[in-house]
Design a protein around this ligand. Structure first.
Ligand code: SPV
Ligand code: MG
Length: 559
């Protein structure tokens, strides 16, 4: 439905149509949300907000129309465009009509000031009106140019503003209606409503009357309606309110210096998000962007201390061990960045002051000696929402592994190295220290010593832990996991539940809940019916858990 048809419908209904002056799309949206009937795209407001210049025909048709288009995109209620003098003569008015119809605007309002117009209330500026015939010509041209049947042309007379008297105002209003105007606005700067009440009483009523009570601002909607007006325009109160609000807040910040000092006078960020449609955008992202394309937060668990790595880690945590010129942490961050993940949090503990890499949000587990990995992870609890990656702080891996994980559609995905299967069966040179073993629902059931492509089918994890019987294990969890928003909600809920239930008891493989590992909670989730998927890989990663592994990492890492 064209915007104009909506305004026609409002005019057919009983009661006053209430329009409010907007200066941009945001103010138009607020006007709609406040429940007003229509938006007045105010020349005064747009001149002030867009360019901070007087309302005196300085802004062009193009500039005004751009703002109106933005408004039309932001709201569904009718928009009445303040077109001043119509941007030229009758021929220019024709173009103005066409452009506004195409922009989805309901109506234009053109006034009988000479070009360049001056805002009706500026004191001490010249006031001249064009001849009645000339303005009638503009109105006829506008109606002739119109192709949208319901489009409205509102004729405005400035006769009272220019001091030409009530008779002249009425004469002009009648002439403009006769020329085809769909409504007439008789503007007044009288301090009381009496002048317009008198004029309205003498009005023939052939078309609806429009009123802008800017100076006689004590008049009520009921009084306006009773006097015979059909449309009221509250032309500039919104922009004046915003100037006052901005100025006051700025003063407070200037004096206080804390931005929070204005919290009681500003809206919450969430309100801005809602206003501009962020919830819809999030919904669209979920529906239309490929899995893995959304914002991911990476949380690195790097609090632990392992004495078997002394003296290597005498003065720094394990994640800062240098492997061929780059620390493990630098390698992890580089891999994450390569996959466009910039949102990184890290939980530090042992030698925490040594970790100072920029662009990471830090959380501290100062109880790292008496607590386990799970406790550490929940030191970063504010981060555990939305799509999340969990990384152990001592692994390095090929970017392709991360890319594969990011494509996983499952709510909970663990990267599982199937090479462990062969290492175990055929005897590894240096068997991994305390590997996190994984039993899959569908066992790989074959050896990978020959060439092999990992099948695409379901890889559900049934069991995970360091104490699994080796002959029941099919792979090794590498310390890299991903959760969808839903998966993360389930993970944090399971943590809360388990922390109550197991407070002072052993928890899966851990002697106490405080000492629990990430994998203990995963096993708890599997046991209570959650699906945990594996993302199978074959080598391409490394963990530093012992001095031997550190040496191996040095030796084997491809530069
Ligand atoms: C405007 O808002 O630009 C108007 C209304 O034309 S008034 O400023 O009251 O004249
Ligand atoms: Mg104006």
């Amino acid at each position: 439905m064209h915007n104009a048809t909506k305004l026609r419908e409002l005019l057919r209904c009983p009661g006053l149509v209430k329009a409010v002056g907007a200066h941009d799309a945001l103010s138009a949206k607020l006007i709609q949300q406040a429940g007003f009937d229509a938006v007045w795209a105010s020349g005064f407001g747009i001149s002030a907000a867009l360019k901070c210049i007087p309302d005196a025909s300085f802004i062009t048709l193009t500039e005004q129309l751009d703002v109106e288009r933005n408004m039309a995109e932001a709201v569904s209620i009718p928009i009445i465009a303040d077109c001043d003098t119509g941007y030229g003569n009758a021929l220019n008015v024709m173009r103005t009509v066409t452009d506004h119809e195409r922009a989805g605007i309901a109506a234009i309002c053109i006034e009988d000031n000479v070009f360049p117009k001056r805002c009706s209330f500026y004191a001490g500026v010249r006031r001249e009106l064009i001849a009645i015939e000339e303005h009638c010509g503009k109105i006829k041209a506008a109606k002739a140019a119109q192709t949208v049947p319901d489009f409205l042309v509102i004729a405005r007379t400035e006769a009272l503003i220019a001091g030409w008297g009530q008779d002249e105002a009425l004469k002009r209003a009648e002439a403009y209606a006769e020329a085809g105007a769909d409504a007439v606005l008789i503007h007044s700067k009288s301090p009381t409503f009496d002048e317009l009440r008198t004029v309205a009483a003498k009005w023939s009523g052939r078309v609806p009357l429009v009123v802008v009570p800017t100076i006689f601002d004590g008049v009520t909607a009921t009084e306006l309606e009773e006097a015979g007006f059909k449309i009221v325009i509250y032309a500039n109160q919104a922009i004046r309110a915003s100037i006052r609000a901005m100025r006051d807040a700025l003063q407070v910040i200037k004096q206080d210096t804390r931005p929070g000092a204005v919290n009681d006078r500003i809206v919450k960020l969430k309100e801005v998000y809602d206003l501009v449609g962020v919830p819809q955008m999030e919904e669209d992202e979920r529906r239309f962007l490929p899995v893995g394309g959304e914002q991911v937060t990476a949380i690195i668990a790097a609090a632990g201390f392992e004495k078997q790595l002394l003296p290597l880690i005498e003065d720094k945590p394990k994640c800062l061990l240098d492997i061929k010129g780059k620390t493990i942490l630098e390698r992890q961050v580089a891999a994450l960045n390569e996959c466009d993940i910039k949102d990184i949090a890290l939980v530090r503990g042992y030698r925490k002051e040594a970790i100072t890499l920029p662009n990471i949000r830090y959380y501290d587990n100062d109880r790292y000696e008496e607590t386990g990995e799970l406790f550490s992870l929940f030191c970063a609890e504010p981060e555990l929402k939305g799509r999340c990656l969990i990384l152990y702080g001592d692994i390095i891996f090929d970017v392709a592994i991360l890319e594969k994980l990011l494509k996983s559609p499952a709510d909970i995905s663990l990267v599982v190295d199937l090479a462990w299967y062969d290492l175990h069966r055929h005897g590894a040179l240096t068997p991994p220290v305390n590997p996190d073993l994984v039993t899959l629902q569908t066992p790989p059931g074959k050896t990978y010593l020959s060439r092999y492509v990992i099948p695409d089918d379901e890889h559900r994890v049934l069991k995970i832990g360091q104490h699994l019987p080796h002959d029941q294990a099919h792979g090794e969890f590498i310390g890299l996991a991903m959760f969808s928003e839903k998966g993360m909600e389930a993970f944090t809920a399971a943590y809360r539940k388990a922390s109550q239930a197991y407070q002072s008891k052993g928890f899966h493989e851990a002697g106490s809940f405080l000492k629990a590992s990430f994998t203990d909670l995963i096993q708890e989730m599997i046991d209570s019916g959650h699906d945990v998927a594996s993302v199978p890989i074959f080598k391409g990663w490394m963990e530093v858990d012992s001095f031997e592994e550190y040496q191996k990492a040095w030796a084997k890492l491809r530069q």
